[in-house]
Design a protein around this ligand. Structure first.
Ligand SMILES: Cc1cc2nc3c(=O)[nH]c(=O)nc-3n(C[C@H](O)[C@H](O)[C@H](O)COP(=O)(O)OP(=O)(O)OC[C@H]3O[C@@H](n4cnc5c(N)ncnc54)[C@H](O)[C@@H]3O)c2cc1C
Length: 480
């Protein structure tokens, strides 16, 4: 604490949220000012933990009046440094984790109103208790929060069927940078009454306001599933396989994950207890899951399997005859399914533990994914780089992690040149340099270089109209 002004600010914050919900001691604040990747370490005047929208509004108003930056924070699993303060502006972190109530569930319209600090996994449980599902699904679900999911427009494994967080949300309650509250919790599925603030706030990474609650859609819970690990001859074949599965099951594919051999090798090396799903040789691996809530699909067949699974097995058999699928392992039990997903979800940890790496989160039009990989993998190899790729292939998203190839020294690699080659290829193929993780602090440079200038101008105009003092999560998302 440096000055009388800071002390007065802390006292005012304590009046709003109570003494114990304003953290100022270095050791108490420490965990809130470092991001998941440990790349961004910062500091804050205080961490404030409000429990209501009114308290959030009071905090934001106070900080706006005093020109103090406000940094909204959820579960701190973001991968781009968006949820920690920048160093060159005095900041207050607003942690939403105490706003963790599921306010109401409407079983008739299959919607839920939940606060921003609800952990994603808790919403899964709330849906499941009502025989429904909330289909946003990825590895950080035990820690990330709904406010963070909305603010990063999180994706994950089920986007191929249900869309990103944006498509799961029907309305938002938020506090704007001047402290005013907007209440969009009506749950309307149609509301053409002007600019959609909900869609502005989703994916804004906390730069336009603090989301305090939202209305989400629930969906029927699947009663049958088929989960398999496939070896396919190429990524072009993988796209044909996806479409055949979709055609045959009425868009039944819930997840379609790219898991090529180098990624599986690293997982099995770092976690030796994880078993390879298929014997070698395989190069292009796919983890696919189909699901259905139709009673017809969960009927028991003579051989004891359920109809959906038998149909998928038959279809895979046809595709094997046509050399579209080379090999397949079908999960025969919940345990085998869980093992396949454990393998998929271990990848980020495995890659991180394996050695130095540079993470790229890319997306491409589905028909261009194969061209990207076929061009970039050999080019990276020439540069001594081994891409450790996994991806949500069903929606064209590749997590393209650049690591040192066998026998190469990371410190001598030309990572900047490699990134440039990747970005050039993305431009050629109409791709995006950030598919689902956002921009935060880590991708400001590439945002500046690659985002269409007219879009940046529009984004800056929106930001300065809503946040003229630039106090709402400054230094994130929009390059200065
Ligand atoms: C193991 C692992 C796997 C992951 N897999 C995926 C994946 O498959 N798909 C995917 O999309 N992401 C993935 N992520 C990234 C991350 O989990 C998501 O970005 C998640 O949505 C962040 O939520 P959070 O609550 O942790 O947000 P935080 O990290 O706390 O914050 C993220 C951003 O949102 C802002 N923010 C947080 N709460 C609010 C609020 N209430 N109002 C306004 N702004 C707010 C912050 O300021 C920051 O800019 C993964 C992360 C890990 C660690």
């Amino acid at each position: 604490m440096n000055s009388d002004t800071d002390l007065r600010l802390i006292q005012s914050l304590r009046k709003i949220v109570g003494d114990k919900n304003v953290l100022v001691r270095t050791e108490d604040v420490a965990g809130y000012v470092v991001d998941w990747t440990s790349q961004f370490k910062s500091q804050a005047l205080a961490v404030v933990r409000p429990v209501s929208t009114k308290e959030v509004s009071g905090i934001v108003k106070l900080c706006a009046e005093q020109g103090i930056a406000v940094v909204p924070q959820g579960g701190r699993t973001g991968l781009c440094g968006g949820g920690v303060p920048i160093l060159d502006q005095p900041s207050v972190v607003v942690s939403l984790t105490r706003m963790n109530a599921v306010r109401s569930i409407d079983l008739g319209s299959r919607t839920v109103v939940a606060e921003a600090g609800v952990v994603l996994g808790s919403l899964h449980e709330a849906a499941s208790a009502n025989d429904l599902v909330f289909p946003l699904f990825f590895g950080a679900r035990g820690s990330c929060t709904l406010g963070g999911n909305l603010s990063t427009n999180a994706g994950g494994s089920n986007v191929v069927r249900y869309g990103t967080t944006r498509e799961l949300c029907l309305g938002i309650e938020a506090v704007l940078p001047d402290g005013s509250i907007v209440n969009g919790l009506t749950g309307l599925r149609k509301d053409n009454t002007g600019y959609d603030l909900k869609d502005l706030l989703i994916g804004a990474e906390g730069t336009l306001g603090i989301i305090t609650a939202a209305v989400f859609k629930f969906f029927p819970a699947p009663t049958s599933r088929a989960t398999a690990f496939l070896s396919v001859p190429s990524l072009s074949a993988a796209l044909q396989v996806l479409n055949r599965l979709q055609d045959h099951t009425g868009n039944g594919v819930e997840a379609y994950e790219y898991m090529p051999k180098p990624a599986v090798d690293v997982i099995c090396k770092v976690f030796p207890e994880i078993r390879r799903p298929l014997d070698d040789p395989f190069e292009t691996g796919i983890l696919v899951e189909l699901a259905s809530s139709r009673p017809h699909d969960s009927e028991q067949m003579e051989d004891g399997s359920v109809r959906l699974q038998s149909e998928v097995i038959e279809l895979l058999g046809d595709m094997m005859e046509q050399d579209l699928v080379l090999d397949a392992m079908i999960a025969q039990s919940d345990q085998q399914r869980a093992d396949l997903w454990r393998m998929r979800e271990s990848i980020l940890e495995a890659i991180t533990k394996n050695g130095p790496v540079y993470h790229l989160d890319l997306s491409l039009p589905l028909q261009n994914v194969a061209a990207f990989v076929e061009k970039m993998d050999p080019e990276m190899a020439r540069m001594g780089i081994q891409p450790l790729t996994v991806g949500h292939l069903g929606d064209g998203n590749l997590h393209y992690a650049l690591a040192a190839a066998e026998g190469r020294d990371w410190d001598n690699l030309q990572i900047e040149a490699a990134k440039e080659a990747v970005f050039d290829c993305l431009l050629e193929l109409n791709g995006s340099f950030s598919a689902e993780h956002g921009i935060g602090q880590s991708k400001l440079q590439v945002m500046s270089a690659m985002k269409e200038p007219s879009q940046l101008v529009a984004m800056r105009a929106i930001k300065s109209a809503l946040d003229p003092k630039n106090t709402m999560n400054p230094g994130k998302l929009i390059p200065s």
